[in-house]
Ligand binder design. Sequence first.
Ligand code: NOJ
Length: 735
Amino acid sequence: MRHVFWTVLLSVIAFAVTPTEIRSQNLPYKDPSLPVEDRVEDLLGRMTLREKVMQTVQRTYGKNTNINNIEKEVKAVDPTVGSLIYRSTSPELYNEIQRRAMQETRLGIPILCGFDAIHGFRTVFPIPLAQSCSWNPELVRLSCRVAASEAASSGVKWTFSPMVDVARDSRWGRVSEGYGEDPYLNTIMGIAAIKGYQGSDLSDPSAVAACLKHYVGYSMSEGGRDYQYTNISAQTLWETFMPPFEAGVKAGAATVMCAFNDMNGVPASANPYTLTEVLKKQWAHDGFVVSDWNSVEQLIAQGVAADDREACLKAFTAGVDMDMVDDIYFDHLEKLIEEGEIPVGMLDEAVRRILRLKFRLGLFEAPYVDERPEQERFLQPESIDLARRLAAESMVLLKNENEVLPIASDVKRIAVIGPMAEERAAVNGSWEGYGKPEDVTPLLDCIREKFGDRLEIDFVRGCGFDGDDRSNFDAALQVAVKADLVILCLGEKREWSGENGSRSVLELPDIQEELALYLGEADVPLIFVLSSGRPLALANVEPVAAAIIQMWQPGSQGGFALADILAGDVNPSGKLSISFPWSTGQQPVYYNVRRSARPKMGHYKDIPRTPLYPFGHGLSYTSFTYGKATCSADLVRIGEKICIEVPVTNTGKRDGMETVLWFVSDPVASISRPEKELKYFEKKLVRQGDTEIFRFEIDPERDLSFVDDKGNRHLETGEFYVLVGSQRVEFQLAD
Ligand code: NOJ
C-alpha cells in the first residue's frame, strides 16, 4: 500500500505542472548528452502510474493486412500509448500521430511503431526458409538492411523479425518464416538478420529494432497444427530451440516476442522460467518482451486464467513487458498494482526496458521522419538487384539428369505449363509486407523475356492449383510433345503456408501430381519448377522429372532469378536447409536426430529410411571434388584449438560457388547425442579448374560441448568425429 500512496502522491505533484511547462523545461531525460540509463530513470521518476501502464500497451493503427489478426476494432490513437502496429507506409500520417504524442502529452514520450517486415517491407525478398538455403548470411544481412531502411522511412522503427523457431515438422505452415531444421543455421541467419535490421547503431535513421520470435518452442505445435500445445523435453528445449534465441540476445536483439504454445502446460506468454529466469536474468537481456497477438487474452483459452484480470497478472508477472493488441494490460494492470497484487517496481522494470529502447532508437531526439515520396524510398534499383541475387542463391537444384539444365543451345522450342507460371501472389509468398502482386513479374513473362529471341515458347496452364478440372490436360500434352523440353511450374498457393497455414499433406495436390504424370508419358524432358513455403513430398512425381528446381517463394524478383538459372547465367548454389521427405508420413524427418537403439531397424517398411532430398542437398552446373581432409593434430587438449582443412576442386566446366558443411559427432557421451550436428559452414566461389581450401577451426568449448536439460554446458573428453562431405576425421579431446 505504501507504493500506492507514493505513486498517487507523485501523480498529484506531477500534474501540478502543466504539459506545456514540462515540455518546455530542460529536463534531464531530454538531454541527449546524458547516458541512456540516467535519462530512463529521470523520465520514469516523473511518470504517473497511468502513464507507465500506457507504455506497456500496444495497439494497431491502419488497415489490417493479416487475416489471422482478428481485432475488435481499430481504435483511435491514444497519444500516450507505448506502441502501435503501424499498418501504413505514409510518413505524413506517422508524423501526425507522433506529433500528438510529442506535443499533446504531458511528458512527450514518442510512440514506437512496429510492423511485420519479415522478408522485406516493400521490396520483397525470398521467404526466410529460402534465404537460409543460400547459406549466405551476408546477403541475408543486406536484405534486412533494405527492409529496415524502407520501413524506417515510413515511421516503422521495429520489425517483428527474425523468427528463429527451428523447424521440425513441415506440416506447420510457419516453417516458411524461419531458417530451417538446424539450430546453428538458425543462429547464424538470425544474427545476420539482427545485424541487418539494427545496424551498428540503433539511432541511425535507417535502423529498426529487431524482435526474436517466437520464444519458445512454437514450431513443435503438435502435428504441425498451428497454435497447438507442444511437447518438448527440457533436454530438447535447451539443445535445439534455445540456442538461436540465446545467440540472438547476445548479438543485441532489441526485443523478444513470446510464443502462442505451451510447454508442459505452461503457456509461453505466462512462463516465468523462460521469460524471466532465463531470458532476463541468465542471458541478461535488457530489451523488452512483447506478447504475440492476443496471447495474453489467450491464456484464458489455454485454461490457465479464469478471466482477463488473471491473464494480466500471469503474463505480466511472468515477464511479458508489452501487451500486443488485446488491451488486457490497459484494462487491468493499474488496478492490479493499486491492489498490491503486482509490485510497482515490477511495472517500473517493464517500462524501463521499453523506454530504454526508445532512447536507444533516438526517438526522443528524432521522432519524425522525412516526408519523401514512395518512389524515393522503395524498390530502389540496388534493392531489386539484391532481391534477384538472393533469390537466385536461394533456389535449390534438386535434380539434373543428363545435365538437361541449363537449357542447351540446340533447344529450339519449349513449353511452359502449370498453374504457377502466371502466378504473382505465391511468388511473393506470405508475410509479404507491403509487397504488391503487381511488383512481381510472373515466371512465364520472365522466361519469355530471357528466351523469347531464340526459342519458340508455348504456354498452357494445364490445371489449377487444386480442384479436379482435367479439361486442359490434353492441350498441355499437345504443346509438350511438340517441345524439346517442358518447364512445368507447380506448387503451393500463397495462403497454404505461413501463419495458420498448416497442411496435412506435403505432396502436391492430386491434380498437379496427375498433370505431371500425364505429361511424363510424353517423350520430352520435364523440368519441374516448384514454388512452395515448405518442403514438398515429391516421391510420386520425381521419377518423371528430368530436373527439379525448388524456387520456394522467391519474392518479387524470383522469376528473373529463375530465368537466370534456366539459362545458365547463374550457376545454382543453394542447398537445402530442411529435409524433403519421401512422404507426409515420414514427418518429422531431420538430419540431426538423436541416436537410435537399433540404427538399421525401426524404419518404415514402405519407404526408404532417408528423406528423398536431405538437409544440405543441392546441385550445381559444375562439379566439386573434395580432396583428403586433414587435421592439424589427432589429439587436442581443453583450452587448445585444432584446425581441419579440406581442399575442394572445381572439376566441372564453369565457375561455381560451393558451401562446405562441417558436422561434429560425439560417439559416446554421458547422454545420447544427435548423430551429427552442424557446427560451421562456409560458402566460396571456386573457379573452374581451381582448388580452394576450406577450414574449420575447432574450439572445443564451443564446438564439442553440449548443454544439459538446465542449459549448463558440459565438455567431455574422449573421441570425436568431424564429418565433411563423405569423409570422417577422428581425433581425441583430452584434459
Ligand atoms: C501473430 C504472429 O504470430 C506474429 O509472428 C506476428 O508478429 C504478430 N501476429 C503481429 O502481426
